[in-house]
Design a protein around this ligand. Structure first.
Ligand SMILES: Nc1ncnc2c1ncn2[C@@H]1O[C@H](COP(=O)(O)OP(=O)(O)OP(=O)(O)O)[C@@H](O)[C@H]1O
Length: 349
């Protein structure tokens, strides 16, 4: 008898990603030229290492179990990292528990990292920044080829809804990428898998899971969305809404990539000989392309991307499309945008 369908599903998802990782690694090796004209026969390359980022929750426990099962069959070493944010009493005990569970799965190396969570951008963003910094550092130190994250289709649907509610365009509707980070380090094998499948896979494999109290804490926006927003939407629109939102993410990502490429190409044609942006030429472009050029120029001038919102760009855009002698516009990062003699000048003020 084969494995339970939920276990088969998580293993297949991980196997696919491991194949991608292997393909990318061997392509990279072939592309990396030897420095010496007469290279000495090199020792066989060490088997690649893939780490799983595990919180002890159902999604990443399922992920860890599937990685432990699939990696050896492909000659890949499999390890794990758990991050202790130190935000709840007993978080150190939980981290130790995760290490025990990862050891039982046969993963090696296993790391438990304690991080300091600051305050920038709110509690969720600060914890995430600290976590990714720790994961990056661990990946570098171990020379890991990839780090697997347990985000599911449900997480993706939540991310799309959060983007939609912010009103900030299709880039934020495109949610999380299946591959991201430096050199495509982060991989999300479960992005097309629903949360229930991961939970079920843990249950049938008798893997104990830890339910993060933050996930149920109504103080967190994502938690309210998970426990109130999405169920209400499902009630009103039907069960397929999560899948539809995840599909929206993929479609939006493709559209956003195409528009970004268009804007990058169009940019040189709207600059004058001195490199300044010409308002008449910008005006002739479709708004989606024009606003992207404006945004890129603002970031180039020093505006932090994370603090630059759609309303900022819209206001600068009005210097081009609704010119009536407006004054300079202040942007985050002390960047100033103004219109001067038919040119749009964006620079540090
Ligand atoms: N403390 C942590 N240590 C290591 N990895 C983590 C930690 N928290 C989150 N991750 C990684 O990020 C992914 C997404 O985390 P997030 O908190 O958004 O989702 P989650 O629903 O809590 O996931 P899970 O059920 O796996 O805990 C996790 O699946 C895991 O891969």
């Amino acid at each position: 008898m084969g494995p339970h369908p939920a276990v088969a599903a998580i293993r297949l998802a991980v196997r696919r990603v491991l194949h991608d990782v292997l393909t990318d690694t061997s392509a990279h090796r072939e592309l990396t030229p030897s420095r010496s004209p007469h290279p000495a026969p090199s020792p066989p390359p060490a088997p690649p290492l893939v780490l799983v980022a595990c919180s002890g929750g159902a999604d990443s426990m399922a992920l860890a179990s599937a990685l432990a099962f699939e990696a050896p069959k492909l000659g890949i070493r499999a390890g794990a990292v758990t991050v202790d944010h130190g935000l709840q009493p007993g978080s150190d005990l939980r981290a130790a528990e995760v290490v025990t569970r990862m050891t039982a799965l046969g993963l090696d190396p296993i790391e438990s990292l304690v991080v300091h969570v600051g305050r920038d951008g709110g509690p969720e963003a600060a914890a995430r920044d600290a976590r990714y910094a720790a994961l990056d550092e661990a990946a570098e130190r171990h020379g890991a080829t990839a780090v697997l994250l347990g985000h599911t289709r449900d997480d993706q649907a939540e991310t799309v809804l959060l983007g939609l509610a912010r009103g900030s365009g299709i880039r934020s509707l495109s949610g999380m990428a299946a591959v991201s980070g430096a050199g495509g380090r982060y991989r999300r094998p479960f992005l097309h898998l629903d949360r229930q499948t991961a939970r079920k896979a843990c249950m049938v494999q008798s893997l104990p899971v830890w339910d993060d109290p933050h996930n149920a804490d109504p103080a967190y926006t994502r938690s309210r969305l998970r426990h109130e927003g999405l169920p209400a939407l499902e009630k009103a629109l039907g069960k397929g809404v999560v899948e539809a939102l995840a599909r929206t993410a993929q479609l939006s990502r493709d559209d956003a990539d195409a528009l970004d490429a268009w804007a990058a190409q169009a940019e040189s044609s709207v600059r004058d000989a001195t490199g300044l942006l010409e308002c008449a030429k910008l005006f002739a472009l479709p708004p989606a392309v024009r606003r992207r050029i404006v945004r890129r120029a603002a970031i180039e001038a020093g505006a932090p991307a994370g603090a630059l919102f759609a309303r900022h760009i819209e206001e600068v855009d009005r210097l081009i499309t609704g010119w009536r002698g407006q004054g300079a516009i202040n942007l985050p990062g002390k960047v100033v945008a103004q219109r001067q003699g038919g040119r749009l000048v964006i620079r540090q003020g």
